[in-house]
Design a protein around this ligand. Structure first.
Ligand SMILES: Cc1cc2nc3c(=O)[nH]c(=O)nc-3n(C[C@H](O)[C@H](O)[C@H](O)COP(=O)(O)OP(=O)(O)OC[C@H]3O[C@@H](n4cnc5c(N)ncnc54)[C@H](O)[C@@H]3O)c2cc1C
Length: 393
């Protein structure tokens, strides 16, 4: 097993790093590294810069704009983007809907949607979860009934990230409620968010931010041609997409950058005449996270080596999700503890008290990061997957 990058891979990494240094706009980087909210315009701007360079969808086939990078190069690119503080790419279109269309879409569907996703012309969101159907996704109840050349869709989705920005939503709907198995009778539809009968209502998360929504469908007409794959076999599509969703949840590059910032902050935090970094108990806690992060990186490199050899990692992707998100949460917790009373939500009334936008962002950040062990399949569900598929329990 080879856990080192080859000289070619190192040269590739240096090239990516240099390009990012030149092309990542400072204002976007500042927002990312200081945990400020990114607007739709911010997300689209970065998307379009990468699209122009030809790097927005490295894992797509070349004929649709992908690169011919190896799996290791794709990983290096992602980690360099995380380390540099690039805004996230809009994964719902690029990393979820597109792979589904490439695998299951008709030629017309590919032609209609893929170029628009590539160029950031359509913003997509994911309509899987419903009230009562999250982990138990197969229990979903949103109905789609055929009527002439359309389906008529009625029901509700929930936790729909950035639905308030979206032009399109891909949805799992129940087209046959009478099948013996719940996984059967589900179909995968692409729905224009401007269709009459759709309404989006915000959900405010505990950090005060608006990133998720409820989406209601009230007799929404969706042309039959917007169904991907066969009617009642949408579960096959759903599972395929979930595999893609869980890749890339490790965020190793971003965690490394945040860990470095944590150390800087701890070194500058003086308590009883000593820096927090010199406090052996606090240092132990940082070291623990650093060791976990190194172990995650090595695990990831092991999987990459398997992929180099043509073996796809299966349920192990779940391990990267669990560890990656636990590390992200641990860093956000340590950051908040380092900043102490400065990690607060509100500007202090007393003008003598220091106020720093970065430290003030840490409490909302900490609260926001609770989501990472829930979304993309909760970490408990990931453990179940590992138990079943890897340990055979
Ligand atoms: C910030 C955020 C963004 C999201 N974005 C989207 C989105 O864009 N689109 C979308 O479709 N969904 C989205 N989701 C929904 C997400 O996929 C679900 O929240 C998740 O699947 C959990 O489902 P649930 O909320 O219904 O919780 P439940 O399934 O009710 O689970 C509640 C608790 O029980 C545990 N649990 C459930 N079943 C088991 C089991 N069998 N074994 C052990 N423990 C179990 C869970 O781990 C969890 O801790 C988002 C969620 C969040 C928090």
């Amino acid at each position: 097993m080879d856990l080192n990058y080859s000289p070619e891979e190192e040269a590739f990494r240096d090239g990516v790093r240099a390009w990012l240094r030149e092309n990542l706009p400072d204002d976007l980087r500042d927002k990312v590294v200081n945990y400020q909210e990114l607007s739709k315009a911010d997300l689209l701007r970065w998307h379009q810069i990468l699209a122009k360079k030809g790097w927005v969808a490295p894992d797509w086939p070349i004929e649709w704009g992908g690169t011919d990078w190896t799996v290791v190069q794709r990983y290096i690119f992602e980690e360099e983007c995380g380390a540099a503080g690039c805004p996230p790419l809009m994964s719902f279109g690029l990393r979820m809907c597109a792979p589904v269309l490439l695998r299951f879409g008709t030629p017309e569907q590919k032609q209609r949607f893929l170029p628009r996703i590539y160029h950031g012309e359509d913003f997509w969101c994911q309509g899987y979860s419903e009230p009562g159907s999250g982990s138990d996704l197969a229990s979903l109840q949103t109905r789609a009934v055929r009527d002439g050349d359309d389906y008529v869709v009625t029901g509700q989705k929930i936790w729909t990230t950035l639905a308030h920005y979206a032009d399109w939503i891909f949805c799992l709907v129940r087209t046959d409620p009478n099948r013996p198995k719940r996984q059967e009778g589900i179909s995968f539809l692409l729905i224009d968010m401007r269709s009459p009968g759709i309404s989006v209502r915000p959900i405010t998360l505990m950090d005060g931010g608006h990133e998720v929504n409820m989406v209601f469908f009230d007799d929404v007409r969706v042309p039959l041609e917007n169904r991907v794959h066969e009617e009642n076999d949408g579960w096959t599509v759903a599972k395929y997409l979930l595999g893609y969703e869980r890749m890339g949840t490790g965020r190793i590059g971003a965690s490394k950058r945040e860990l470095a910032r944590l150390k800087e902050l701890a070194a500058k935090t003086i308590k009883d005449g000593k820096s927090l970094l010199d406090d052996p108990r606090f240092r132990d806690r940082i070291t623990r996270v650093e060791v976990e992060l190194m172990a995650l990186e090595i695990t990831n490199l092991r999987y990459l080596d398997q992929l180099r050899g043509g073996r796809a990692p299966g349920a192990e992707v779940s391990l990267l999700k669990i560890k990656g998100t636990e590390i992200q949460q641990a860093i956000s917790e340590l950051m908040m503890q380092t900043a102490g009373p400065l990690a607060q939500l509100f500007r202090p009334v007393d003008p003598e008290v220091d106020f720093d936008n970065f430290t003030a962002s840490l409490a909302p950040r900490y609260l926001n990061m609770r989501k990472t062990t829930i979304y993309a399949g909760s970490n408990e569900i990931q453990r179940n997957i590992i138990a079943k598929a890897t340990l055979g329990l």
